[in-house]
Design a protein around this ligand. Structure first.
Ligand code: F3S
Length: 284
């Protein structure tokens, strides 16, 4: 049986870096906190909890903190939270914000300091967008739908900078930018979308079109994993959605010549490896 595992399966660069950072800090010792779950994966968060890592869930909990190490996850945080952390003498901050997100913070901070209003194309409820908003010293508008772009009323005579949430859909972004350019005076647009998601989806589709059976690994509630499942199902009729190797009935792959494997952005490598072993028929 041929097994093809997507190179882009699982964690993107930024998430891997953040998760590795927490494990490195555990090895160094001391009390470790993460600001929010480091990743949307129950297994990883549970494992970290067992190793003594505590999740800080709100700004109020953060205010009570007096010592230890706080790791900032890949989505980043707002300037207000950085400032609260910095003011704490006995708290060490390890910033695992993805460099692509840090770049957006910098653009927003600099362009708003030049007097530009800020438009973020993305979901205002997402922590990454909330973090970005906090770097602006001028009014920020978040736009998630074409209707919101159509309804946007620019401030007369004020220039605008447009950025995007890193995981926003590129086609929608281009469409919204076109709408906004028609109505905004002096607009600077920076496409800050990260291509990790697109690469993962493209590769999954390519493998699914060659495979007789396709396995998509990821959390039940993970929207990017569901999207992968949809893409693969269109190319391969025998596509399966599993959370761990335990969900896969190995006997159902008997007689299959080529199995493809991919995984959503919050699936750790060890789960992908266990599935590979199980598909090969070895213990995991
Ligand atoms: Fe991941 Fe960073 Fe891109 S967290 S999706 S590599 S912006």
């Amino acid at each position: 049986m041929e097994i093809i595992t997507a190179k882009s399966a699982g964690f993107c660069f930024g998430v891997k870096r953040a998760v590795d950072t927490v494990y490195d800090e555990i090895n160094k010792g001391g009390k470790i906190y993460t600001y929010g779950d480091i990743i949307h994966n129950e297994e990883v968060v549970k494992d970290l909890g067992e190793k003594g890592v505590t999740v800080i869930n709100s700004i109020y909990e953060l205010k009570d903190l007096s010592e230890g190490t706080v790791v900032i996850r890949s989505h980043g945080i707002s300037k207000e939270i950085y400032d609260i952390l910095k003011a704490k003498e006995n708290v060490r901050v390890v910033d695992a914000t993805c460099p692509f997100v840090l770049k957006i913070h910098k653009i927003v901070e600099e362009e708003s300091a030049r007097g530009k209003n800020v438009i973020i194309i993305g979901d205002r409820d997402h922590p990454e967008v909330q973090g970005i908003m906090g770097f602006s010293s001028t009014p920020v508008t978040c736009i998630k739908t074409a209707e919101e772009a159509e309804n946007y009323v620019p401030e007369r005579g004020i220039p605008t900078v447009i950025v995007a949430q890193t995981t926003f859909n590129i086609h929608k972004f281009n469409n919204f930018v076109e709408i906004l350019h028609k109505k905004c005076y002096d607009t600077t647009t920076v496409n800050t979308i990260c291509n990790a998601t697109e690469q993962r989806q493209t590769e999954a589709g390519e493998i699914a079109s060659r495979a007789d059976a396709m396995i998509v690994i990821g959390g039940r509630h993970s929207s990017n994993t569901r999207k992968l499942y949809e893409i693969c199902s269109e190319k391969c009729a025998d596509t399966r959605f599993i959370q761990t190797a335990l969900d896969l009935n190995r006997d159902s792959l008997d007689g299959v010549n080529c199995v493809g494997i991919t995984a959503g952005a919050s699936t750790p490598n060890y789960i992908i490896e266990e599935v590979q072993k199980h598909v090969r028929g070895t213990d995991f």
